[in-house]
Design a binder for this molecule. Structure first.
Ligand code: VGL
Ligand code: ZN
Length: 278
């Protein structure tokens, strides 16, 4: 081959890469986050606050997380971990005369009383042994302060308390740091938009609270897109219809309900452009 041919080839290569660079930069960058809520022994059958079939979602969550990270679909995989002291105020044992699964008030906030669960350093606090944690970017403990419960991975249950109540109990509404972490990562990567997928245990409590707080964030003047992966969560249900009602409440906030199948389909590598972009 002549020298001219190679020069032409080199010019063509530069031309193509310039076009690709321009093209790719026009694809709005998205930060995609998977939050895996409280996939801990105590929330699975055999644990102290078991969610029926809680163990069955572990394989689905593993698949979503492994493929999601492998394909570059998820930028961040986050685990939340319910982490209580043994005298946490959400435990019925701290309220003589009251039974588990009845309601009372804790620091002025409505509180469902639970069986003793997720006490730091116990077996029940540990993640389910089959949960693949190899790709996890951040683990977020929550619920350490005994005076307030913390269902969401973002803020404790006092976040939306009245100013009066917050004056009385100044610790209410504290951040776990997860919101600040996600926003900093989005800025660092030059993302225009954040999409947060939520799965884990339990629907109607920690999963729903986490999805609602995720939806309440603001990044570049916009709320994140938030989706609950409905077959990758299991509910604590107290009455017929409460799960359906919760789904409607989430939808009313603009939170999407999707299946793991939907998400896995989105993950499939696309032929173009290269490298793979969301
Ligand atoms: C949870 C009740 C108490 C949950 C945590 O992970 O849904 N529920 N603590
Ligand atoms: Zn708890």
């Amino acid at each position: 081959m002549s020298m001219g041919f190679y020069i032409a080839l080199a010019i063509l290569a530069i031309f193509v890469s310039v076009l690709l660079t321009i093209g790719l930069n026009q694809v709005p960058r998205v930060l995609r986050v998977l939050i895996r809520v409280d996939v801990q022994n105590d929330f699975c059958p055999g644990g102290n606050l078991p969610v029926p079939e809680g163990n069955l979602i572990v394989a689905i969550i593993n698949k979503l997380s492994r493929l999601g990270k492998q394909w570059g679909f998820y930028d961040l995989v986050v685990d939340t971990q319910d982490s209580h002291p043994e005298d946490h105020g959400s435990f019925f044992t701290q309220h003589p005369g009251l039974a588990a699964f009845t309601e009372t008030f804790l620091s002025g906030i409505k509180q469902m009383l639970w069986t003793v669960h997720c006490v730091v350093n116990t077996w029940g606090w540990q993640f389910h042994p089959d949960l693949d944690r190899s790709m996890v970017d951040k683990t977020v403990p929550k619920g350490q302060r005994k005076e307030v419960d913390s269902y969401s991975g973002f803020y404790d249950n006092g976040r939306n308390a009245s100013e009066e109540l917050k004056k009385q109990y100044p610790f209410l509404g504290q951040s776990t740091g997860l919101a600040e972490y996600i926003i900093a990562e989005a800025q660092k990567r030059g993302a225009e938009e954040i999409i947060i997928d939520v799965c884990g245990l339990a629907f109607r409590f920690c999963v729903s609270y986490t999805a609602k707080d995720a939806r309440s964030l603001t990044y570049k003047g916009k709320q994140p897109r938030v989706r609950v992966i409905i077959d990758a969560t299991k509910p604590i249900s107290f009455a017929a219809g409460d799960v359906e009602a919760e789904i409607e409440a989430l939808k009313a906030l603009g939170i999407e309900i999707v299946t793991s199948e939907n998400v896995l389909t989105e993950m499939e590598p696309r032929p173009y452009p290269y490298p793979y972009m969301h």
